[in-house]
Design a protein around this ligand. Structure first.
Ligand SMILES: C[S@@+](CC[C@H](N)C(=O)[O-])C[C@H]1O[C@@H](n2cnc3c(N)ncnc32)[C@H](O)[C@@H]1O
Length: 438
């Protein structure tokens, strides 16, 4: 009885009822979707009072200085909901929404712009092959260079692109054995560790004849090699390690909107991904994946299946510095025709592992019937092998926390780049160490 009473006293706070979201709602309700700081704060506090009374919830802006906490939430902007700016002639900072929720056209336009920039600006550096390997000890990754294929791939690092100078920073650590050519000057271990100096390779030093011009040149969707895995994504050519190969497209929605409009509609939860607290919805009105390659919403990366552990993934979902941008980034060199596999994150409902277990069980039962004469130890061994696999997929590692975790989350992979300017893809220069941690 006692505990029941206590439970009643504490109303359940909906997930969306938080400071950032109230500021978001206040801004959204405003005709221009833009307000000066003080007006926005006041509007959010008013909204909080109204909702608090209607739903009988404790206020989110509480304490002695609710305005200060609202202001701090705005400045912090950890969900990337807002863009601060000063309109011409105004002295006060205004805020507008970083995106319009549910706006398909805007989302498609952004996605196409990102891809255009990725292809035109980044891919020449990522897929270009150095014209000569003798002039310098600096090379693009071994994966790019046939002549170097015998070298130890682990020794090579690529630190991607210097946006300002339009040059790619690449270096190779000294081989443990003798250097590959007499003219080569290996970087000393100390210099390599400090990554100084990092000579730059310019575009004119790269052979650019075989740079992919669209995602069609690098990946294709076809039946997965994973049993019961539906379709999967495969490399059409060798993909270098540490390379941004595309983006996971989705129409941004607030969690609240997704919950009310799309969650449990078709397969929307299976294809949607999180950018901070925004859901990127990757399905049509019926919650089905977009399978027509001609559709502007088609995204081949929606068809990447999951590997059995984070370690074995060949691709990582990486949070871009641009709002709602999830970058698909290679974690290893991927061979032509290899299936690209990603790790969806921790809080995912992996219903398919159950299906797979059941199918395996059925198969085992069938096998047992067929092989009744075989000694039982043999079939036990088989069981163990199978279980090892499904254990990795199904048990402790994956906890279904609540319904909200039905879509997969990039938060595991979040690498904050708040100090970087917005609106560039190439600003995210991940190091080899960072990539390996994903
Ligand atoms: C983002 S989709 C991937 C593309 C999907 N295979 C398709 O054919 O459209 C996620 C869904 O793929 C399937 N899937 C992903 N990884 C899997 C795996 N390792 N084994 C079985 N099914 C998998 C599950 O049905 C999951 O809900």
């Amino acid at each position: 009885m006692e505990s029941l009473k206590r439970k009643r006293k504490t109303p359940i706070q909906p997930r969306w009822y938080n400071q950032a979201y109230l500021l978001f709602l206040a801004l959204r309700q405003h005709a221009q979707d833009s307000l000066p700081r003080t007006e926005l704060i006041e509007a959010a506090i008013e909204l909080d009072k109204k909702i608090g009374v209607e739903l009988q919830l404790p206020r989110v802006f509480r304490g002695k200085t609710p305005k200060n906490s609202a202001s701090a939430t705005l400045t912090n902007n950890s969900d990337r909901y807002f863009v601060a700016y000063k309109p011409e002639g105004s002295k006060s900072t205004h805020f507008k929404l970083a995106y319009t929720p549910g706006n398909v056209d805007d989302a498609v336009t952004e996605y196409q712009n990102w891809f255009k920039k990725l292809i035109e600006h980044d891919w020449p550096f990522c897929f270009g092959v150095p014209k000569s390997i003798d002039e310098t000890h600096y090379h693009t990754p071994v994966s790019h260079v046939d002549e170097l294929e015998s070298m130890d791939k682990e020794l090579v690092d690529l630190s991607l692109i210097d946006e300002n100078s339009n040059k790619v920073k690449v270096y190779i650590e000294p081989p443990t054995a003798s250097p590959p050519t007499a003219t080569a000057t290996p970087v000393t271990p100390t210099a390599t560790k400090q990554k100084e100096p990092e000579p730059l390779i310019t575009l004119d030093q790269l052979d650019l004849t075989n740079i992919p011009q669209s995602w069609h040149d690098i990946v294709q969707v076809k039946p997965s090699l994973i049993p019961f895995g539906g379709n999967g994504l495969f490399a059409k050519r060798k993909l270098p390690y540490n390379t941004p190969i595309g983006f996971y497209f989705g129409v941004p929605m607030t969690e609240d909107e997704f919950d009310s409009l799309k969650d449990r509609v078709g397969r929307s939860s299976e294809y949607s991904i999180m950018y901070r607290r925004t859901v990127l919805d990757a399905t049509d009105d019926q919650g089905q994946p977009i399978t027509d390659p001609e559709s502007p919403r088609y995204c081949p990366f929606h068809f990447m299946n999951e590997t059995s552990s984070q370690k074995t993934a060949s691709v990582a979902f990486v949070e871009g510095a641009v709002v709602n941008q999830i970058i698909c980034w290679t974690k290893k060199e991927i061979e032509k025709d290899e299936e690209l596999l990603v790790w969806y994150g921790k809080d995912v409902h992996r219903y398919w592992t159950k299906e797979e277990e059941e199918a395996q069980e059925q198969q085992k039962r069938k096998n047992c019937k067929k092989k009744e004469t075989k000694p039982s130890t043999k079939s036990n061994n088989n069981n163990n092998n199978n279980n090892n696999n499904s254990d990795m997929l199904a048990k402790d590692e994956f906890v279904i926390v609540d319904e909200s975790s039905a879509y997969f989350s990039s938060t595991e992979l979040q690498i904050q780049r708040d100090s970087q300017p917005l609106n560039q893809i190439t600003l995210v220069n991940y190091t080899k160490e960072e990539v390996e941690k994903w």
